[in-house]
Design a protein around this ligand. Structure first.
Ligand code: GDP
Length: 331
């Protein structure tokens, strides 16, 4: 069988070989190409990704979420350094909904994780800004595959505890962790709000400040979790008290992540989960693209304003206006 790399143009073949040889600059350039919205870049990016895909899939994919200030980036840096110490190669990516909306970013700050970024075995990439096919999370998912092809066997995807980004990250990772704070009020709220349906492991961070409060918070969260129907069979999300700063409890956190993945692997649920994620992703890209094409259609653009006004004034039903727009889009 021919090597899929042979199908690439010379420059891109060199890029792909660089990625496979674990060259960080090639990895960064490959991800930049994947993030490009230029039409000619899109075709090259698709070919590059197709060539690298057979080499992807080998990582432990870990999602990390939590409110701003919970200590996510400190935690990921500490965890990353710990994992490098175990001989892993770690990539850190981000899905930041704020970067798509405002161009600014909660997560994208370049000075974050400075110690980790200096390590040869680590690769850190801030969140892509908006405009990508399939939304911001799409770029991150593709970047994850390229990081795997570049030999990173742990990929950590970070997101903030707002909006749909958590669902997106849970939908691209094997294990989804929440970084919570010992003043459990807010985090219990978050848990009730539905994150809990996604969460596989909880880290109660900053336990160095008040160890007793951290223990109380951990028990409260554990009790809240125990009352819920497990989303993965046979698994109740464990709660680990950690300090990202000291550090403490990082090894126990990682042990729980490994235990979770081993549980999924043993039942065949991990392979099923990844298959389901790939299919969901395909559907999400189609939805996103249809939406974009609809709004870009000249007839829709022409008629949208007047129809919106009619609906707002009560002169037309929303259903009739929607039908008119959909009919216009299919011309
Ligand atoms: P993020 O917004 O969730 O990424 O939070 P950061 O990692 O930026 O941390 C927010 C603040 O909490 C920073 O001042 C950190 O130094 C501090 N912090 C993070 N982890 C710990 C911890 O384990 N113990 C203590 N005492 N402070 C921490």
């Amino acid at each position: 069988m021919s090597d899929p790399l042979d199908l690439l143009e010379t420059a891109d073949r060199r890029l792909a070989r660089g990625v496979l040889a674990h060259d960080r600059r090639s990895l960064a350039k490959a991800i930049t190409l994947l993030e490009s919205t230029r039409e000619d870049h899109r075709a090259r990016a698709a070919a590059l990704l197709a060539a690298l895909l057979p080499r992807a899939g080998g990582a432990f994919r870990l999602g990390v979420s939590g409110s701003p200030g919970a200590g996510k980036s400190t935690f990921i840096e500490t965890l990353g350094l710990y994992l490098l110490g175990l001989g892993h190669r770690v990539a850190v990516l981000a899905v930041d909904p704020t970067s798509a909306i405002s161009g600014g970013s909660i997560l994208g700050d370049k000075t974050r994780m400075e110690r980790l970024s200096r390590e040869g075995g680590a690769f850190i990439r801030p969140s892509p800004s908006g405009g990508l096919l399939g939304g911001v999370a799409h770029g991150t998912r593709e970047a994850m595959l390229v990081c795997e092809a570049a030999g990173h066997d742990v990929v950590i995807v970070e997101t903030v505890g707002v909006g749909q980004s958590e669902t997106a990250v849970a939908g691209m990772t094997d294990c989804f962790a929440l970084v919570a704070l010992p003043n459990a009020g807010d985090d219990l709220q978050a848990i009730k709000r539905g994150i809990v349906e996604l969460v596989d492991v909880v880290a109660v961070n900053k336990c160095d400040i008040d160890p007793a409060a951290a223990r109380v918070a951990a028990t409260q969260i554990e009790n809240a979790l125990a009352m819920l129907r497990p989303h993965e069979q046979g698994w109740v999300a464990p709660v680990v008290a950690v300090s990202a700063l000291k550090p403490q409890g990082i090894d126990e956190f990682w042990r729980q992540c490994l235990r979770f993945r081993a549980t999924l692997e043993a039942s065949g649920a991990l392979a099923a989960k990844r298959r389901r994620q790939a299919l969901d992703w395909m559907a999400a890209i189609v939805d996103h693209e249809l939406h974009a094409r609809f709004h870009a259609h000249p007839a829709v653009k022409r008629e949208m304003g007047a129809l919106r006004e009619k609906v707002a004034e009560g002169a037309m039903t929303p259903a009739a206006a929607a039908a008119a727009l959909l009919a216009a889009a299919s011309d």
